[in-house]
Design a binder for this molecule. Structure first.
Ligand code: GDP
Ligand code: MG
Length: 163
């Protein structure tokens, strides 16, 4: 069985952009199955010859419609149960919000390896903003740009190291 990486976070932070970049075409949208499978998309990611499964907890439903706050936390609970390693994604261009703090607290207590990806850091000039998110308490903080493929290598090196 391949190890599983879960991607968690609020709507619009870039979970699906990261997931799509990592999986390429190796993903299956399970939206035709009835019930709960619509809210999670599974794919496969290869990193330097190693394979893992990865799950986008935002799912196929447009996030801002589907992911009411409690849903984010339910998804995080499932991630803590089923995943071997967890990436929490935040939008580095926004202020730290209380749902981020609550989600971080939940994930950090879960006993699984957890990594913080501060996304949308498209240029070096934005990097100092990523420092604000250290307050969330993660030991591992990675500024990334999912859209422009920035910082992904350092993040995935560490995530695969944790598997
Ligand atoms: P999700 O709701 O967490 O799955 O977020 P999405 O992946 O759907 O992305 C939400 C929005 O953020 C989209 O408009 C993306 O194009 C944008 N986005 C994602 N990653 C980046 C990034 O690295 N930089 C910038 N500038 N925008 C991004
Ligand atoms: Mg999404």
């Amino acid at each position: 069985d391949l190890p599983l990486i879960a991607v968690c976070g609020r709507p619009n932070v870039g979970k699906s952009t990261l997931f799509n970049r990592l999986t390429g075409s190796r993903r299956s949208i399970v939206g035709d199955e009835p019930g709960i499978t619509r809210d999670r998309i599974y794919g496969e990611v290869e990193w330097f010859g190693r394979d893992a499964r990865i799950v986008d907890t935002g799912g196929v439903i447009p996030d801002d419609e589907a992911l009411i706050p409690s849903e984010i936390f339910r998804q995080a609970q499932v991630a803590l149960e089923e995943a071997d390693s967890i990436i929490m994604v935040v939008d580095g261009r926004t202020e730290l919000a209380s749902p981020d703090l609550e989600l971080a607290r939940l994930l950090l207590r879960g006993g699984k390896p957890v990594f913080l990806a501060v996304n949308k850091m498209d240029t070096d000039a934005l990097l100092p903003q990523a420092e604000n998110f250290r307050r969330l308490g993660f030991r591992n903080v990675f500024p990334i740009s999912a859209e422009h493929n920035g910082g992904i290598g350092d993040l995935m090196d560490e995530v695969f190291e944790s598997l």
